[in-house]
Design a binder for this molecule. Sequence first.
Ligand code: PLP
Length: 405
Amino acid sequence: MMYDIQKIREDFPILDRQIYGHPLVYLDNGATTQKPKVVVDALVNEYYSVNANVHRGVHFLSQQATELHENSRETVRRFLNARSTSEIIFTRGTTESINLVASCFGEACMNEGDEIIISEMEHHSNIVPWQLLQSRKNIKIRVIPINDCGELCLDRYEQLFNKRTRLVSITHVSNVLGTVNPIRQMIQTAHAHGVPVLVDGAQSAPHFAVDMQELDCDFFAFSGHKTYGPTGIGVLYGKENWLDRLPPYMGGGEMIKNVSFERTTFNELPFKFEAGTPDYVASTGLSRALDYLTDLGMENIYAHEQELTRYATQRMNEINGMRLIGQSPHKDAVISFLVGDIHHLDMGTLLDRLGIAVRTGHHCAEPLMHRMGIEGTVRASFGLYNTKDEIDSLVNGIERIRHMF
Ligand code: PLP
């Protein structure tokens, strides 16, 4: 299929906006992505013509809303190539998905002195839930170090396993460095030690095909809003045998089979983990977004973004005083940088005045900042609608700002 970038951009009305008199150059896709019309239309249509609470209603609208919601679960299953919709739990996003595992897996499978392996490049959402568990259960958090290029030290990873290791929880792609971790190999290593793996897919699911059966991970988390879908919805994939073993996360409606004051029994998967009214409209939006990605072809999106990443790396390296943070050859769609001694916040603020949206700061990865010996970076992160012209605008903008200092 031809990747017709102009036609694709027409699907995203916001890209036509002018910011301070400049055409918007949106390079903050790592934080959230823009939404194609099909997604917003699906939300509006459902609210206007279907809206009713799901699962419990006998009336027409409730059944239609339920069908849409459960069809969306099937779309997610297909997108991830999971074995069954029982393995697809709707959450509010990656953060909630990881907290769910920390809470439920921590409750069922971890005791004082047990260990979890995470890495130095994790987002706070894959650090703090484990620290909360640590304060409840006195578990130990072991950390895989990274090298100066921003890659995980795999030999050190192997050495972290011992008989108390209960779980590995690592990011697929770093939201700061762009490093794509060799997750398949890391999962095999963990499984060889009998240890399950949770993959934080917040920065991988939007960019390339992720196949649960091929990866063989035990849990996988991603966010709808970073995947061109609505805010407030995300996914936790879990292998059925693990999910069956875990206790519920929250209590309430939907997650029960029968309730009495003496004894409550829990619903079957995946509903056991979905207490309360789900965001059944957002699930429809998410499924439209995933269908949109599938129709474009994840391999085409990947090829396009790889080309952008290569081009951006080359152009950025032409800038005097440029320091790229994260130099792994296995990178995807993220360029973090600092220029001379220009503060990242100044750079971000001045780029904004040129209509260029980038993110600045520690990117919710303070331990990584400490490791790299910096306070923060400027981060340009690409999406399926970005162009080389936009990268030229970024480079020209940086040059202008550099000359001001
Ligand atoms: N993990 C990574 C690698 C991320 O980049 C992010 C968001 O930036 C998250 C987790 C948290 O995602 P959310 O805020 O959608 O829950």
